[in-house]
Structures are given as structure tokens and as C-alpha cells.
Design a protein around this ligand. Structure first.
Ligand code: CS2
Length: 491
């Protein structure tokens, strides 16, 4: 029905920006990028710096690229709150393409001197690093292939190959800006690109490594906006509100934050026009966000999924999950977070509860629970170790890990329910194999945390933590998730 409406396009839409040319190459054309950096870039372009348009690269999927091409590169951001939905069309892109279809084009674009900033949103799982060591995973099939071939598929391979080409051509300065939820994401990305170049045979990577030393900056940034996956229902609602058919609208909460280290090698868009903060305190912003928001989000997702909640908003409405979220924040995260100047942590936390409770947004527990084997490694070991060093057991963090393992690697005979089964995880098969042969939760926890070192070497060596996780898995299996929550809230 709605597809009979005119298609969204340049002739029938008010857009925020109309770039003249591109200055940014973006890897990862997913919903998050389109509702976050693209909106800030549109605001920057609007100030008159119109040569900072974005070339957006999707890794494999055609759907967004095809739809954007059919819509003059436009799409709608639907800002959804219980009070209503506001629609905006950023219009920051000058081109989009699929890397897998035009394999040489990523490096070619990166080598184009007009491109001065490369941004990335490829998720925690897109960096091909080992959660155990934090280093590039040289055994990863994608990295092995990218090291030997010239058409890389992994983001790190793409960056490294593009940097090689740029180094050999113009050698023009460049900034590579990670926008993923990794702590110290700038330094992390730089290290992985360098490790890739160093792993190339002979002296093949040397010129690029010298170019990185001289002309490439990797600032860190903290990004924040809750962006669920698009649904058919959102397409219909957007069409009804707008009178135009948009195949790829993006849902987002009204809140948005971007804190960036102001260390750019060749200029940057004035993202502050969209509200971005340039600061020397990105580390504090990252820590605050990755622990308080993301760490607690994981707890809410896994506990909620086990209780049958499809949405984050449904989960946080359950009184014992809300209490768990309050306790993990107060006792296990907040003591180890230094607030950035001007931010009141209690106010930030109270805003988090409002954001999680945004029921109109439709953010799913399965989405937040996806990729836990990589995400939890960013969110949990740091604060868990700090508590343990003080002689305190971080019960709520242990509960998060126990709930995660119960969702992804359920012991035989335990059904974690449909929302847990819908979570995608690169380690699912390996963890399920461990669970299938384990006798109880204590054994699962010990094999995953201590032997496999899924959350790093240091946590692997904390038997008190491992035992607590194991005990909680057994409680979840024998007495249900509410009993495990009760056990931790009373602790
Ligand atoms: C979430 C994040 O999926 C997840 O793990 O915690 O995507 C979260 O919604 C964003 O980081 C918010 O900025």
C-alpha cells in the first residue's frame, strides 16, 4: 500500500545538507552511522564547509546501498520517543557502494587526496582482534586472506591496504577515526593496522608504517545513540507521516552524544555544529559510556531475555531487573568511573533509565545481546578486576556473565528461550560445544573464563570470580533467573 507513494528523493524532500564533494570515507553504512555521524556531518555541512560529504561503504549487504541510490542518497532518521516521532533527512552522503562488489574501490577511495578523514562503525566484532590478547588475530580467516590477497574484506585489512596505496601515491595526511564502543578506540585501531602491516611478508608494509608515523592521526572518540534495527512497521509509519516511501528509514532515540579527541591530521568537519564535544577527556567519556551504559545494557539484555522480554524497555520495567541495574551502576561501575568535566554521574545515570525505558523505540534484547563474546570483553573485565582488587566480589558483573553464558551456551536440557536463541555470537559454536560436554555451570565458567580466557588473562586467574559465575549459572538452571537475581541483590 505505502509503496504506491512517491519515493523519497531530492525533488520532494527538505534535507539538512547538500554536500558539494566528499571529504570523509565511512566504513560501515549501518543504521548507527546513518543516525549518528551522518547527522553531525549534515549539521557541519550546513555551516558552509560543503566539501566534507561522506562516501559510505557497506561491507557486503546491498540493501541500504540500493535503496539510497534509488533515493538520491537520502533516507530519514526517525527520532522516536514516547511523546512522538520527529523525522529528519540528513543528506550528508555523496556516494555509497558495497565493498564486496567493488573490491578495489575502498583502497582507491582511501588513497584519494580529497578524502581527509576515514570514519568507522564496524562494531566491536569488526576489528578482528583476539579478546584474549587484544592483538590482531593472525589466525582469523579474514585476516589470513587479507594478508595474502589484494582485495581485503576485513575493515582492518581495508584500512591497511588503503593506507599502503595512499602512502605510495600522494602520502597526503589523513585521520582515521574509530566510532565503535571500544576503549581507547583510536590507539586500538592504530595498533591493529600496524600489526597487519607488520605481518605482511618482507618489507611490504614498511613504507606504509613510515607514512603512519609521519602523516596519520588516530584520535579516539566516544559515540552514543541508541539505534535499533529498522522494521517494516517503521517503514510504514514513516511513510504515513511523511507521505513518501523510504525503504531505509533509521529509528533512533532523541539523545545523541559524540566526544572526540581533537587531533586531526588534515582538518575535519565542524561536527560541533551538531553538538559534538571536542575534548582531551575522551578516555573519561569512553569509560563512563562503555561501563555505565553498555555494561548495564548487557545485564538488562541477558536477564531480560531469560525472563522472556523481547525489548530492553520491557526488561528494565521488571522491578528486580531495574534493581539489578541500579546495583551494578552504584556498586560495581560508578566507583571506577571518573566523570568528565561538567558531567554529573547521577544525572547521567538517571537519564540512562529514561533512555532504556523508551518503549516506543523497540530496542530488542536480542540485538544488545548479540556479539557478547566480544562486547563483554570491553565492558566487564576492567571494573570486575578493580572490585576484586579491593577484596569485593562483583556479584552483578558475575550475574551478567552467568546470564550471558546461560543464553549463548546453555547447559544441555536448559532452554534459555527465543530471545536468547536469536542472539548472534561469533563464539556461539565454540561455547555451545563447551556447554554440551560440561556437567554443571561451575565447569562451564571455568572452561570459558579460565581455560579459554574469553575475558582476558587477568580475569582467567581470579578463581573467586569464576566460581561465582559458575554458581550463578547453576542457580539459573536449577531455580530460574529470578533466584539468581535475588541471590545477587541480597549479597
Ligand atoms: C548496545 C549499544 O548493542 C549494544 O550492545 O549496548 O549498541 C548501545 O545501544 C549504544 O552503544 C548506545 O550508544
Amino acid at each position: 500500500m505505502s509503496s504506491a507513494l512517491p519515493r523519497l528523493g531530492a525533488a520532494n524532500t527538505q534535507r539538512i545538507a547538500s554536500p558539494r564533494s566528499a571529504g570523509v570515507l565511512h566504513l560501515g553504512l549501518g543504521s548507527f552511522h546513518r543516525a549518528h555521524q551522518a547527522v553531525y556531518t549534515a549539521a557541519a555541512l550546513r555551516t558552509g564547509d560543503d566539501d566534507w560529504g561522506i562516501v559510505g561503504v557497506a561491507s557486503r549487504s546491498r540493501s541500504v546501498v540500493d535503496a539510497m541510490r534509488a533515493q538520491d542518497l537520502l533516507y530519514t532518521v526517525a527520532e522516536i520517543s514516547p511523546r512522538g516521532t520527529a523525522l529528519r533527512v540528513p543528506g550528508a552522503h555523496t556516494d555509497v557502494f558495497v565493498a564486496a562488489e567493488e573490491p578495489a574501490r575502498v583502497a582507491e577511495s582511501l588513497a584519494d587526496p580529497a578524502i581527509r578523514v576515514v570514519t568507522l562503525t564496524v562494531t566491536e566484532n569488526g576489528y578482528s582482534y583476539s579478546p584474549v590478547t587484544g592483538h590482531l588475530d593472525l589466525a582469523d580467516a579474514g585476516i589470513v586472506a587479507d594478508l595474502s590477497g589484494s582485495h581485503p574484506q576485513t575493515p582492518i585489512g581495508q584500512l591497511a591496504r588503503g593506507v599502503q596505496l595512499r602512502a605510495g601515491r600522494s602520502g597526503a595526511p589523513l585521520t582515521i577515526l574509530s566510532c565503535d564502543n571500544l576503549s581507547e578506540n583510536g590507539a586500538h585501531t592504530e595498533r591493529l593496522v600496524r600489526e597487519f602491516l607488520s605481518a605482511l611478508p618482507g618489507t611490504e608494509g614498511d613504507e606504509a608504517l613510515a607514512y603512519l608515523d609521519q602523516a596519520v592521526a588516530f584520535p579516539s572518540s566516544m559515540v552514543d545513540r541508541i539505534v535499533p534495527a529498522t522494521t517494516a512497521q517503521l517503514r510504514e509509519a514513516t511513510a504515513a507521516q511523511q507521505g513518501l516511501w523510504d525503504e531505509v528509514p533509521v529509528p533512533a532515540e532523541p539523545f545523541s552524544m559524540w566526544a572526540i579527541e581533537d587531533r586531526f591530521a588534515a582538518g575535519r568537519p565542524s561536527w560541533e555544529a551538531g553538538g559534538a564535544v571536542f575534548t582531551d577527556e575522551v578516555g573519561r567519556y569512553e569509560q563512563m559510556k562503555v561501563r555505565l551504559l553498555n555494561g548495564t545494557h548487557s545485564l538488562i539484555a541477558y536477564l531480560g531475555a531469560l525472563r522472556g522480554a523481547s525489548l530492553i524497555a520491557e526488561s528494565i520495567e521488571m522491578p528486580n531487573i531495574e534493581e539489578s541495574a541500579r546495583l551494578i551502576l552504584r556498586r560495581e561501575f560508578e566507583p571506577f568511573v571518573e566523570a568528565p568535566t561538567g558531567i554529573d554521574l547521577r544525572q547521567y545515570e538517571s537519564q540512562l533509565f529514561d533512555r532504556w525505558a523508551n518503549s516506543a523505540l523497540g530496542h530488542r534484547t536480542a540485538q544488545v545481546g548479540t556479539d557478547g563474546s566480544v562486547k563483554l570483553g570491553q565492558r566487564i573485565p576492567g571494573p570486575a578486576l578493580l572490585s576484586l582488587d579491593r577484596g569485593e566480589v562483583p556479584h552483578m558483573i558475575a550475574l551478567t556473565v552467568a546470564a550471558y553464558l546461560s543464553c549463548i551456551a546453555p547447559i544441555s536440557g536448559f532452554d534459555p528461550g527465543p530471545h536468547a536463541r536469536a542472539m548472534i555470537d561469533p563464539a556461539r559454536e565454540k561455547l555451545a560445544g563447551i556447554a554440551a560436554s560440561a556437567r554443571n555451570g561451575v565447569e562451564i565458567a571455568s572452561r570459558v573464563i579460565s581455560d579459554l580466557k574469553l575475558f582476558g588473562q587477568e580475569l582467567a586467574e581470579k578463581p573467586v570470580f569464576v566460581a561465582r559465575v559458575g554458581e550463578l549459572i547453576d542457580t539459573i538452571v536449577r531455580h530460574g533467573v529470578d533466584a539468581a537475581i535475588g541471590d545477587c541483590t541480597a549479597a
